[in-house]
Ligand binder design. Structure first.
Ligand SMILES: [Zn+2]
Length: 174
């Protein structure tokens, strides 16, 4: 997680010494809806891929948002669904050098409910594979949804502070 200098939080009034430049969670929304006992039999998950009931497939990627005046983007670390043939292709090339050339952009439904926006579940995305070791780039369908607008137009550090303040009252993962 990247961090930028600290700030006084308008949520709790305290000084936080780090302004996070990314947030994410460990699993897609659907995984959290399944009870602990059922997870054992129905779900397979690692840090990048999740399979539920052998028929729902998810991959983890980055929604990158340009930040005014910064070289590094702000990142929502999210999950998106892929269909069976695309997840197979993805797994086949996972460790192969040049994999980003071997897999065309793939359609996925956003499968993370991100706070700070109107509902983000099931927004349409395209998944762009990147070189080995780098999570795929997630491109939102160009719509008027605020998250999509922010990805196209970028945000300011003030918006990043506002997001941090919202996360202060919620939990860091979501
Ligand atoms: Zn705070």
């Amino acid at each position: 997680m990247n961090n930028i200098k600290g700030y006084i939080c308008s949520c709790c009034g305290k000084y936080h010494d780090k302004l996070p430049m990314s947030y994410g969670n460990q699993a897609p929304y659907h995984w959290y809806q399944i009870s602990l006992e059922e997870k054992e039999t129905r779900c397979e998950i690692n840090s990048d891929i999740c399979v539920i009931d052998d028929r729902y497939f998810f991959i983890r990627g980055c929604i990158e948002i340009p930040v005014a005046g910064m070289l590094e983007p702000f990142i929502w670390d999210v999950w998106v669904s892929l269909n069976e043939s695309n997840i197979k292709k993805t797994i086949e090339v996972w460790d192969i050098k040049g994999r980003e050339e071997k897999v065309k952009p793939m359609f996925g439904w956003l499968s993370t409910s991100i706070p700070c926006y109107p509902e983000t579940l099931n927004l349409k995305t395209m998944v762009h594979m990147r070189r080995v070791g780098v999570r795929p780039f997630i491109e939102l369908e160009p719509t008027e949804h605020p998250l999509s607008v922010e990805q196209r137009k970028g945000i300011t550090m003030d918006r990043i502070k506002q997001i941090a303040e919202q996360f202060c009252s919620e939990s860091r993962s979501f």
